[in-house]
Design a protein around this ligand. Structure first.
Ligand SMILES: Cc1ncc(COP(=O)(O)O)c(C=O)c1O
Length: 368
């Protein structure tokens, strides 16, 4: 018999996790910071959400409503959903972890795509399961490749649609084809963190598929277009038996009261949402076109960020571009950890920030 370990040992898989490294958020001293590294909203939150958050300052000694009823009802009213099939979380990150904790165990497999969101891998490993990474085509999820990777051990498939950091998406027909090809015991998680930004007729976030099936969950976040990343708030829509299971495993007060109040106010402020969509439409197109004029390759994006590709030539690389931009207070995201060592991800920022990035990259590419 083997000796017991001399100190506590994490379960298998935990030490295979590479801890998530968030986007940088510091500029050199004396330089104005433009944080364009985490896909946050340049418009910030709805003023109504900020006021609702502030109003909670006098009530900090009380526990929040553990069911986040006010928030679930506000989301349900906004989208015409059943509030009983919504679960809220401390960011959609927590919901992704809740799903793996609830549906994966030792020996199971969780599938995601080559350049998919990093948290899937972390959540799968943390649940003691095996991550299965599927190749993409043209930086886009490939339904046939995903279906080919499914084995009797597969319990979850994660699809970010649109995906971060590529900005690419699958049309709804393809999502439906993916769902149709999956065994009914495999949970399909549609991570729609950037759904509000998408302006394509063939896109859908997946609400309809959740409503029609027993094995699809859609996750959303308040961190991006709603400008509430600091509060950590997300939600998911799921079939009733899945909601029941998640309500057993989640922390009893997992969403704080300030997030509940601010989220409910934010989702009701349609004018603020419309302004954020309009800003993104305009500056996503402008920034993409201007960077292409500089000879840089940009992956067409439907989100609030773009992937900019750089040559491997010394003096012109993504790493060097990142250092050049950082000196000017322009903080983008290196995406080598996503298997994209020659690219930077740029969040669409304020007009000032977008213009500064284009001007700085004009200087960088000209080699001055
Ligand atoms: C695709 C995707 N899903 C989920 C998240 C997590 O968002 P949050 O935990 O802030 O809700 C992000 C954030 O970067 C993301 O890009």
């Amino acid at each position: 018999m083997s000796q017991p370990a001399s100190r506590p040992v994490p379960r298998p898989g935990v030490l295979d996790i590479e801890a998530y490294v968030p986007g940088k958020s510091a500029a050199p001293a004396g330089v104005k910071l433009h944080k364009l590294s985490s896909n946050e909203s340049p418009l910030g939150p709805s003023p109504k959400a900020a006021a609702a958050y502030g109003a909670l300052a006098g009530k900090l000694e009380f526990y929040p409503d553990g069911s986040a009823t006010k928030l679930r009802e506000a989301i349900a009213a906004r989208y015409g959903l059943d509030a009983g099939r919504i679960v809220c979380g401390t960011g959609s990150d927590e919901l992704l972890q809740m799903l793996t904790k609830t549906y994966l165990g030792d020996g199971d497999e969780g599938v995601f795509t080559e350049h998919g969101f990093l948290v899937y891998r972390i959540a799968i490993l943390a649940a003691g399961a095996r991550p299965v990474v599927v190749p993409e085509k043209n930086l886009t999820a490939d339904v046939d490749a995903i279906l080919k990777a499914v084995t009797p051990k597969t319990k979850i498939v994660f699809l970010a649609n649109p995906n971060n950091p590529t900005g690419t998406y699958l049309p709804f027909d393809e999502v439906k084809r993916l769902h149709a090809g999956l065994p009914s015991n495999v949970l399909l998680v549609l991570d729609a963190a950037y759904a509000e930004y998408v302006r394509r007729n063939d896109y859908a976030s997946g609400l309809e598929l959740v409503a029609e099936s027993e094995n699809v969950v859609m996750t959303r976040t308040f961190s991006k277009i709603y400008g509430l990343a600091n509060l950590r708030l997300g939600w998911l829509y799921a079939p009733a038996p899945i909601v029941d299971a998640l309500n057993r495993t989640r922390g009893p007060f997992n969403v704080n009261g300030a997030a509940i109040e601010a989220g409910a106010a934010a989702i009701a402020d349609e004018a603020h949402l419309a302004a954020a969509i309009e800003h993104n439409d305009k500056w996503l197109a402008w920034t993409t076109a201007e960077l292409e004029k500089l000879g840089l390759k940009v992956t067409p994006s439907v989100g609030n960020f773009i992937l900019i590709h750089f040559p491997k030539t010394a003096g012109k690389t993504a790493k060097e571009a990142d250092a050049f931009l950082t000196q000017r207070g322009l903080i983008l995201r290196l995406v080598a950890s996503y298997g994209l060592p020659d690219a930077l991800r740029l969040t669409i920022g304020s007009e000032e920030a977008n213009r500064l990035v284009v001007a700085a990259l004009a200087e960088f590419t000209a080699g001055k």
